[in-house]
Design a protein around this ligand. Structure first.
Ligand SMILES: Cc1cc2nc3c(=O)[nH]c(=O)nc-3n(C[C@H](O)[C@H](O)[C@H](O)COP(=O)(O)OP(=O)(O)OC[C@H]3O[C@@H](n4cnc5c(N)ncnc54)[C@H](O)[C@@H]3O)c2cc1C
Length: 476
């Protein structure tokens, strides 16, 4: 479909559309060029739809510039620091000298810069109208950017999320969120991380490896509370071993900045002195003041409500990514963006199973999971079976010197409905785990597949062998 061809058809409803010209009229107008928005634009263009993609900041959004990519570069630098420290353990004489943040940042920014260039090239190479500037929904089918009205037969809201704080806790100076922490030009001696969720534990892991003394403060009873309880326990064990301090079930009550530090107070009456307080208490949706509610879109506590087809309550308006309640993950945004493009193109794509979205936390040790935790599975399916395969029996994990496990949850006599893994590098195993969950595999289906030796991937195979009743290198 060409832009001109659609310019004359049905999407001429609403006052704003009256002024629409062919060059301002599209099959899809997308507000926000992050993971959800740009994936939708690329797929729609591939399918021959005319697309306008509106972005006020940098194409690629949070994931590329302030999220997934820069944090994983820091985590890799952290791993290199640990490797330098631990050489002796493998008979290699290395010493750890220091972390040069200008070098770390140059490396991290180089990675981001190359990917950014590539993404810009990709968008340019497709027939996508890329519109720079802050957009606002001014009618059901119209986004306005700097006085230009872009009319869409369909509109996709993809404005993403921002780092939240707590009431009375102002961000500034030594109190920062991940957005500022990504650009630190020094390694702080003492850090308090407020929040023991994914972003909190990843930063705690980086700071510790870089040489900071770290304390995590988490109000919930355990770190990474969304994960299976056994995973939290193992992470806490590993963090204790790494001398990462954490306080769970403790509420923050305030923070005061002093000349050279910050004093963090807890409801227990305890205070912690630090150079820096990292606030990692979750991310809120970027939806305020963008005209969504005025256009009739239902918004709940700032989040845009959408059904399993990413449709809002207003016909022709879709929402994808972090503004939609659910997992705030880049690959969920990609999948939803692609889904919407295919849905609009009439391909009738299968709906996305939120439980079938893989989840990885990239701290050391890494956590990877998919599907239901043991507790969720019990509630949903009633009778279940679980099996924990200890990485102690896995050759490659022994070679790497990592501890952890693969935990499987299955419906009694039924398919595997949850895979939970922890250990160095275990994030890479989530690929097979997601096939197992999404293809509703029985343990015996996986047990007959051959897993290469010696890999950490074997641990997944061994866990399924054991659950299928034919354990190999398993003690229990
Ligand atoms: C520190 C950190 C680490 C993370 N690590 C991971 C990870 O390892 N793996 C993972 O899967 N996810 C990770 N995430 C989450 C991931 O970044 C998000 O889930 C993902 O970016 C969401 O995509 P999105 O398109 O919904 O929003 P965003 O990426 O936030 O994009 C929204 C875009 O909309 C633009 N925008 C907003 N309002 C307007 C407007 N009015 N006009 C024009 N443009 C507008 C913004 O500038 C932005 O570019 C991480 C996030 C953070 C903060």
């Amino acid at each position: 479909m060409t832009q001109g061809a659609v310019g004359s058809d049905a999407h001429t409803k609403g006052a704003s559309a009256m002024s629409a010209t062919a060059e301002n009229t599209f099959d899809i107008v997308i507000l926000g060029g992050g993971s959800g928005g740009y994936a939708c634009a690329l797929r729609a263009a591939e399918l021959g739809l005319s697309v306008a993609l509106v972005e006020k900041g940098k194409l690629g959004g949070t994931c590329l510039h302030l999220g997934c990519i820069p944090t994983k570069a820091l985590l890799h630098a952290a791993e290199v620091a640990d490797t330098a420290r631990e050489g002796e353990q493998f008979g290699v004489k290395t010493t750890f000298e220091s972390v040069d943040m200008s070098g770390v940042n140059a490396y991290k920014d180089g990675v981001v810069g190359r990917l950014y260039k590539g993404l810009q090239g990709l968008v340019k190479s497709k027939s996508i109208e890329y519109v720079e500037g802050e957009g606002r929904l001014v009618a059901k089918n119209t986004v306005e950017v700097a006085g230009r009205q872009l009319v869409g037969k369909n509109v996709v809201l993809a404005t993403g999320s921002y780092a939240k704080s707590l009431p009375g806790l102002d961000i500034g100076g030594r109190i920062m969120t991940s957005e500022q922490a990504l650009f630190l030009d020094y390694v702080p001696s003492r850090v308090v991380v407020l929040g023991g969720g994914v972003i909190g534990v990843e930063f705690a892991s980086v700071f510790k490896s870089f040489g900071s003394e770290v304390t995590i403060v988490e109000a919930l009873p355990r770190l990474v509370a969304a994960e299976d309880e056994a995973i939290s326990k193992q992470l806490e064990r590993s963090f204790r071993k790494r001398k990462i301090n954490f306080k769970t079930g403790v509420k923050f009550s305030g923070a005061t900045q002093t000349g050279d530090g910050v004093q963090v107070s807890l409801e227990s009456g305890e205070t912690i002195e630090a150079d820096l307080l990292l606030v990692a208490v979750g991310r809120g949706p970027v939806t305020a003041g963008l005209g969504y509610e005025e256009a009739g879109v239902t918004v709940d506590r700032g989040f845009v409500l959408a059904n399993e087809r990413c449709q809002t309550n207003v016909e022709g308006i879709y929402a994808v990514g972090d503004i939609v309640p659910g997992l705030q993950l880049a690959h969920r945004g990609f999948a939803q963006g692609i889904f919407v493009a295919e849905h609009i193109a009439g391909l009738n794509p299968p709906v996305i199973d939120e439980m079938g979205i893989p989840r990885v936390t990239y701290c050391e040790p890494e956590i990877a999971s998919i599907g239901y935790t043991e507790a969720q599975a019990k509630e949903k399916f009633g009778e279940i079976e679980t099996y924990d395969y200890n990485l102690g029996g896995n050759g490659k994990s022994q070679i790497l010197g990592t501890a952890g496990f693969v935990k499987l949850v299955r419906q009694k006599d039924g398919p595997v409905v949850g895979v939970h893994m922890i250990g160095s590098r275990m994030g890479e195993q989530v690929g097979e785990a997601q096939l197992i969950y999404n293809w509703e595999a029985l343990p015996s289906d996986v047990a007959q597949l051959i897993h290469a030796h010696p890999t950490q991937n074997e641990a997944l195979g061994e866990a399924h062998l054991a659950l299928a009743g034919k354990p190999l290198h398993a003690h229990a």
